[in-house]
Design a protein around this ligand. Structure first.
Ligand code: NAD
Ligand code: UDX
Length: 482
């Protein structure tokens, strides 16, 4: 078998996966030219910005990797057709969100962008092209991609055609916030396919920096299903620990002690046992719902119900937190100022997709709360889009509630610092585990708040003793003593 050596890669989709993944491939494979293309002109402009702090994705270490490769063998452009025509390997790394309408709405993945890419590749590719599914896709999507590619270039009917394709599945396992580490030292790289030459060509790309034993080869369907399953298993652990957190709160147990006690069992393991405000991010919910849809489709309703419960528990946890904030604040937050610390779905990212903060903030707005929101990386325009509500101007810290506020209309405004956000608040609700929230000076913050004041720590990052010393009341997720 001759291994087709890859010289030119095109990646369609310059998002959270396409951008960082291609930056690392370009960095580690200087002899491969990598073109990352996207329809979104402003995103591409941001990837090309001379100021590396303006890259469209915030990831620790990403700026350094991009600065080494960009302009050398890493290029960002909107010239999709030309990049496809030039490439011998095309990654499809476009968004696959949950469908919002039509057949499978609320569960199935919306494959319109993937299909558009397949058609564009079919139209523009030249010579033999290896098409790699990088997006997370339902099992058997590769059949659809192959069918589209082959319909454009029927090999049997048109023996003279010099265009041909191989389709591989190569799901991405990076987590946001640690994407560069995950890409540089992956637990494994998964390549699914039937064409051994194509598989080895892609394995050789990763082989530049990933040890051979970590490159797993499977059939296409196992690869596609493994990605959904990995996310489902990880999310299931979070729902499991969050269900136990609720039990801890009513029984006097502490979920961190329980997590440690069970996590030291090597069969269970200690990772992904951090109770919190429920999982967010663009992947977990979407991929489980996809699994639920597939299970129904293949006549397995019990399997579908099992995985659906992981998502339902997560939604319940988020509403549970907003409900208990209202209950602790004498049953009403109308006209009261509540500070939200953190809006991103986890620390070290500016991504807010499916962030627990969105559902919790909406619940509190619905109750008429006045929310001061501070996140070190999320822009206020993004928060306004997520809440579907424009920002109001911040009232003076010492001003009492206005008539409009007491009439029950929820409002929010962005804050530039924790101190500014907390001033005049009745409660602080911590929703993202940014490191800076671990070190807050609660005595100073308490003096800025309206008393009696609460700290609701949904990420368990504060030191309970320091909050108590400051004279603040504390609720901590999964803490039966708080
Ligand atoms: P994203 O929305 O950040 O990026 C997708 C990009 O594709 C967008 O910039 C969009 O403009 C572009 N695009 C869509 N259709 C296009 C087309 N026809 N031509 C050119 N560009 C097009 O999405 P993401 O977070 O990078 O996720 C991409 C895929 O990777 C999804 O399937 C997701 O499930 C999967 N995934 C995501 C993560 C993660 O942490 N975000 C991790 C693993 C896998
Ligand atoms: C996830 C998978 O981890 C990754 O392998 C896949 O490629 C994409 O989806 P991501 O969503 O970026 O990555 O971040 P992750 O670290 O998995 O966190 C997801 C959510 O779960 C976050 O909201 C996080 O705060 C939450 N979480 C995670 C917990 O609440 N507790 C934990 O113990 C771990």
């Amino acid at each position: 078998m001759t291994i087709h050596s890859i010289r030119k890669i095109c990646c369609i989709g310059a998002g959270y996966v396409g951008g960082p993944t291609m930056a690392v491939i370009a960095d580690r494979c200087p002899e491969i030219q990598v073109q990352v293309v996207d329809l979104n002109e402003s995103r591409i402009a941001a990837w090309n910005d001379p100021d590396f702090s303006k890259l469209p994705v915030y990831e620790p270490g990403l700026d350094v990797v991009v600065s080494r490769a960009r302009g050398r063998n890493l290029h960002f452009s909107t010239e999709v057709d030309a990049a496809i025509a030039d490439a011998d390997m095309v990654f499809i790394s476009v968004n696959t969100p949950t469908k919002t309408k039509g057949l499978g709405a609320g569960q199935a993945s919306d494959l319109r962008w993937v299909e558009a890419c397949a058609r564009q590749v079919a139209q523009c590719a030249q010579g033999h092209t290896i098409v790699v599914e990088k997006s997370t896709l339902p099992v058997r999507t590769a059949v659809a991609i192959k069918t589209i590619l082959e319909a454009a270039h029927p090999q049997v009917a048109d023996a003279s055609s010099s265009t041909s394709f191989s389709v591989l599945s190569n799901p991405e396992f990076l987590a946001e916030g640690t994407a560069i580490d995950d890409l540089e030292s992956p637990d494994r790289v998964l390549i699914g396919g039937a064409d051994q030459e194509a598989i080895e060509a892609l394995a050789a790309v990763y082989g530049h920096w990933v040890p051979g034993e970590k490159i797993l080869r499977t059939n296409l369907w196992s690869s596609e299903l493994s990605k959904l399953t990995a996310n489902a298993f990880l999310a299931q652990r979070i729902s499991s620990i969050n269900s136990v957190a609720a039990l801890c709160e009513v029984t006097g147990a502490d979920v961190r002690e329980v997590a440690k006690a069970i996590g030291t069992d090597s069969r269970i393991g200690s990772k992904f046992l951090q109770a919190g405000p429920g999982f967010g991010g663009s992947c977990f919910q979407k991929d489980i719902l996809n699994l639920v849809y597939l299970s129904h489709h293949f006549g397995l309703p019990e399997v579908a119900d099992y995985w659906q419960s992981v998502v339902s528990l997560n939604t319940w946890q988020q509403h549970r937190i907003s409900r208990l904030v209202v209950q602790k604040l004498f049953g009403t937050v109308t006209g009261k100022r509540v500070t939200l610390l953190g809006f991103a779905f986890k620390a070290d990212t500016n991504d807010t997709r499916e962030a627990p903060a969105i559902r919790i903030a909406r619940d509190l707005l619905e109750e008429g709360a006045q929310l001061a929101i501070y996140d070190p990386k999320v822009e206020s325009e993004q928060i306004a889009r997520d809440l579907n509500l424009p920002a109001s101007s911040a009232p003076a810290a010492q001003a009492g509630p206005t008539r409009a506020a007491l009439s029950g209309e929820g409002t929010w405004w962005p804050s530039n610092s924790v101190d500014e956000a907390v001033s005049g608040s009745d409660a602080v609700l911590i929703l993202t585990e940014w490191n800076q929230f671990r070190e807050l000076d609660w005595t100073t913050l308490a003096s800025l708040m309206r008393q009696p004041a609460w700290v609701f720590d949904a990420r368990a990052v504060v030191d309970p003793a320091r909050v108590a010393e400051a004279g603040l009341m504390l609720w901590r997720v999964g803490d039966g003593d708080a």
